[in-house]
Design a protein around this ligand. Structure first.
Ligand SMILES: Nc1ncnc2c1ncn2[C@@H]1O[C@H](COP(=O)(O)OP(=O)(O)OP(=O)(O)O)[C@@H](O)[C@H]1O
Length: 578
């Protein structure tokens, strides 16, 4: 957590002025009982209304200045805390962006969202409260005690005893509660995770009529959270009654000894009232201090969880130098490549070997989980090969600055994701300075021009995640987005699954006639989508079962023959392909 404090460095002035104004406010507060004592001992005793009036004005002035100091302190503390959270959020977001796919897989989306939102808010309010109260409360407690000693040493001993008792009770309860608050926080995390999973998968849940199960699952988790919150609540609820009993007993003791000493003529009535006021101030501040320490502890726990993310240093390395062109005969080469996912027992891919010439169209086919997506994901370095080399244009992918490598590649992922904004702004993800003409060209190839025109043009607003588009429309737009940059390599990862056969065939035909002739990887489970490719890689359980044209494979590759046989009756072989 300590390391996170560097994000306060832009707010040094605010971090000093906030507590300073709080101390000023506290100093004025400590003067109030003395003024009241003067009113009683002088004004009331001698019926001096002028004096009482002047002292009341002084009280009003002390209150007003105290209030001004308090507002100024709140302003600076809030500014520092909000600025700190802004800097921290920015740094965390940038750090998460540097993670490789494997690291993102390991952490999980909901964990990162919780760190960025609820943990961040907790840390922000912790910083705010710390700046306002961490100095003020001890200052008042010790200040009030010193004032009491200055007024009457013997009565002040009551303060020492009361403070010791109060501290034992308050801090004892607090120490009891802190580990429980950590448990509350982790249960809250679980509730957030379940809520998030549920909301993202709401359509699937309804389609499978799993609402009741999901409600039960949520209720179980919610009940655990409630139980632990009730338990902590009951313990912390002890704090107020016990502290009030101690403080009231102390006040009785104080008034008792004070009255005796007034009778003996050692102190005045005003002094007893002032001592009583100091005792009340101490009570209020000790309770605040205990709550502050609980908040600080919660914030430290949340800060540590944020820090854990910062401590994950990405294992993704990239070259800073632009590699010299190699004039290779091949656009993409896989040399004995293996891939093992983090925490996975077995290789997802083993000994993958193939070469692809520029402009070739390569089909990748295989059963579910055979490793098709894994293979293409290694070309833009979404995942790193655990063994072997992958070369693009004759240069190992690790020798490229990653943006340079990815600029060469247009990826259409399996899941179509669009962002909130116009169709134009979504298309510009492919190429920032793309003209409308270039965008329309890409839309035409992706069979999305008509859809765009029907929606009223490039200014049509796409909802978050493309909610206001059909599955097929989203796929066409994601394909167009990849085409806008006119990539040298185009990866279509099962990206026509939501298109009807005729549109799929038209799309493949249009891509085949593109001017810049990209090297295309078509991942599919459908024979019709890869049948006419220049070469087809058949994967079976993470290994290459065959490489060749449709004709070769039909003769030599058993896996391909099986896939063909399984689809033969279902598909009309007349559907054209590459
Ligand atoms: N991020 C990941 N972390 C761990 N294992 C993974 C990850 N992604 C895929 N796998 C595993 O790697 C294997 C290959 O998965 P991959 O997604 O490449 O298959 P696929 O052939 O594209 O399947 P499909 O046609 O169903 O999309 C599977 O066993 C899968 O469980």
């Amino acid at each position: 957590m300590k390391k996170l404090l560097i994000y306060l460095k832009d707010y040094k002035k605010e971090s000093i002025l906030g507590p300073l104004f709080k101390l000023l406010e506290a100093s004025f507060e400590l003067l109030v009982p003395l003024v009241i004592a003067r009113i009683i001992d002088h004004g009331i005793r001698y019926a001096d209304t002028g004096y009482i009036f002047r002292m009341c004005l002084l009280l009003a002035a002390l209150g007003t200045i105290g209030l001004a100091c308090s507002i100024t302190a709140q302003y600076y503390a809030a500014k520092a805390a909000a600025g700190f959270a802004k800097n921290l959020r920015h740094a965390l977001f940038a750090h998460i962006q540097s993670f490789s796919y494997s690291e993102l897989d390991t952490l999980g989306t909901s964990t990162m969202i919780t760190r960025m939102t609820s943990d961040m808010n907790q840390v922000q309010s912790g910083v705010n409260l710390t700046l306002r109260l961490l100095l003020r409360s001890p200052f008042i407690v010790f200040g009030a005690m010193i004032m009491a000693f200055m007024l009457d040493v013997q009565s002040a001993l009551v303060f020492v005893a009361a403070i010791i008792f109060l501290s034992v009770v308050i801090f004892g309860i607090m120490l009891w509660c802190i580990p429980l608050y950590k448990k509350v926080q982790s249960k809250l995390d679980q509730v957030l995770r379940i809520t998030r999973e549920n909301l993202t998968g709401v359509r699937v849940i309804r389609a499978f009529c799993m609402e009741e199960d999901e409600i039960r699952k949520f209720e179980g988790c919610n009940e655990e959270l409630t139980q632990i919150q009730k338990y902590v609540g009951r313990i912390s609820a002890l704090m107020n009654p016990i502290t009030y009993i101690i403080i009231n007993l102390s006040i009785i003791w104080l008034i008792w000894t004070g009255a005796i000493r007034v009778n003996m003529g050692i102190i005045t009535q005003g002094t007893v009232v002032a001592l009583y006021n100091y005792m009340s101030q101490i009570l209020a501040e000790l309770v605040k201090l205990a709550n502050l320490i609980i908040t600080i502890n919660k914030s430290i726990a949340c800060g540590n969880r944020i820090q854990e993310i910062f401590e994950i240093s990405s294992d993704f390395t990239e070259s800073e130098h632009i590699p010299a062109p190699k004039n290779s005969l091949f656009m993409v080469e896989f040399n004995h490549v293996d891939l093992r996912y983090k925490n996975a027992g077995d290789n997802a891919l083993t000994d993958i070997n193939f070469k692809v010439r520029p402009g070739e169209i390569v089909g990748i086919i295989g059963g579910t989980g055979s490793g098709k997506s894994s293979l293409v994901n290694m070309i833009p370095r979404f995942y790193e090969a655990s063994a072997g080399d992958i070369l693009v244009d004759g240069i190992p992918v690790k020798e490229y600055p990653v943006n340079m490598l990815r600029d060469k590649i247009g990826v259409v992922p399996q899941k179509s994701i669009l962002f909130k904004g116009t169709i134009r702004s979504n298309m510009k993800w492919g190429k920032q300075n793309a003209t409308d003409e270039e965008i329309f060209q890409a839309l035409e190839i992706a069979q999305a021009k008509e859809v765009t025109e029907n929606k009223g043009g490039l200014d049509y607003m796409v909802d978050q995640g493309g909610k206001n588009l059909s599955g097929g429309q989203k796929q066409r737009f994601t394909i167009a987005r990849a085409l806008v940059r006119q990539p040298e390599i185009l990866i279509l990862d099962d990206s026509s699954s939501a298109l009807d056969f005729a549109t799929d065939a038209a799309l493949r035909k249009a891509i085949g006639t593109m001017e810049n002739r990209p090297t295309v990887f078509v991942v599919s489970q459908r024979i019709s989508s890869v049948k006419h490719c220049d070469q087809i890689i058949v994967l079976d359980d993470g290994a290459v079962a065959g490489i060749g044209t449709d004709k070769n494979l039909m003769q030599s590759c058993k896996v391909y023959q099986e896939i063909y046989a399984s689809q033969f009756r279902k598909e009309d072989s007349a559907h054209g392909g590459f």
